[in-house]
Write a protein that binds this ligand. Sequence first.
Ligand code: NDP
Length: 446
Amino acid sequence: MDPRVEQFMAQIIAKNAHENEFHQAVQEVAESLIPYIEENPKYKHAKVLERIAEPERVILFRVPWLDDKGEIQINKGYRIEMNSAIGPYKGGMRFHPTVNLSILKFLAFEQVLKNSLTTLPMGGGKGGSDFDPKGKSDNEVMRFCQSLMTELCKHIGANTDVPAGDIGVGGREIGYMFGQYKRIRNEFVGVLTGKGREYGGSLIRPEATGYGAVYFAEEMLKTRGDSFEGKVVTVSGSGNVAQFATEKVNQLGGKVVTLSDSAGYIHDPNGIDAEKLAYVMDLKNVKRGRIKEYADKFGCEYYEGKRPWEIKCEVALPCATQNEINEEDAKTLVSNGCFVVSEGANMPSVPEAVEVYIENKILYGPGKAANAGGVAVSGLEMSQNSLRLSWTREEVDQRLHQIMKDIHATCEKYGKDSDGFINYVNGANIGGFVKVAEAMLAQGAV
Ligand code: NDP
């Protein structure tokens, strides 16, 4: 490791003990940024990197709620307000039993650079709870969301901090949280994004992250004169991002052959077409069932406890969770001919896997660039709420598409090596950093 990175990381680890995911995210960024900062000493003197690695504010609170048996349950609620240099804090809420400070700080840190890349005026934040919506009734989810918002509403606002969805937080949860915020604060404002269409949501928001990851992959393919036409694609996850990534791949002429959940994956060599995808959406979003049921329904293979990276493909779209592709998985992907990885999920590839991609010079779009479409359309939802207007589906999709092209161009500008290879990791990290750093310099030691 570069000794300057090592020295910087020693401080981060000392100050944030046991926060492994946070260390991982900061180190990846530091490796790109420290050489750049050495060449641009104004950022070094102002300690911009040290400052962006420290949250502006961390809010941690108790969330008590009554289950259907009348028993009190207690969860933790969090909001990390990471950086507001270029706009109000913005980032999703995650409800999953694995949620802890380390995971939310890594996500909030990534979010700062991601939001900057979108070109929209949004700072970075993230939040959530160790609450597990799986197996809970709608009423239990509602009571939990109301209790969480009873505290969270003191800290957020349309011009302060605007949460959205993430793992375990979809339209249902956003609706319950919005209702409680409105009731307590007595104001109808765009304090959350990912809202239903009837009460201020934007068209294309549900689709945005998955569509965006595919648009980004399409731009990467174009740099080699290629397209999705006829490509075999593996997708992990079967939630919001995975579903709409699959839909967009189908529209562009590719064939998605896998989907997964935390229990295992299905392999459908004939492709998950529109009809089968409609079944998945109903299974996951309405019935809240398991992906195994797809294999029973359509007569394909199901692999319990495994991940889809052993299946031969040309394009891989990890859309489930962090650290879901290890070094071995990455080697298997590359040796099977995969040459495009576009991350719908946040930090799905471990650092050793990223090294495999870069060494083999494949087209690798890291999450903070490739999955920025979700927050970009959240930004467009905020604009529409402020204007009290709603744009058409075509208009929002066209803006999303343009933003993904612009993010690709930024990565190319800051990430192109002397041999012409585009290192999208450096491109996204430096491209996202510059705007935030300039704003922080202008605002002084805050
Ligand atoms: P969902 O909750 O809709 O779906 C998550 C999917 O990933 C489910 O299939 C889930 O399976 C699977 N999954 C979750 N945790 C694990 C795990 N530990 N191991 C294996 N599989 C797991 O979430 P989203 O689709 O919204 O989010 C997916 C990823 O995309 C996350 O990394 C998120 O941060 C990222 N992202 C999401 C954005 C958005 O707009 N929603 C924006 C940008 C990034 P199961 O049902 O079994 O838990």
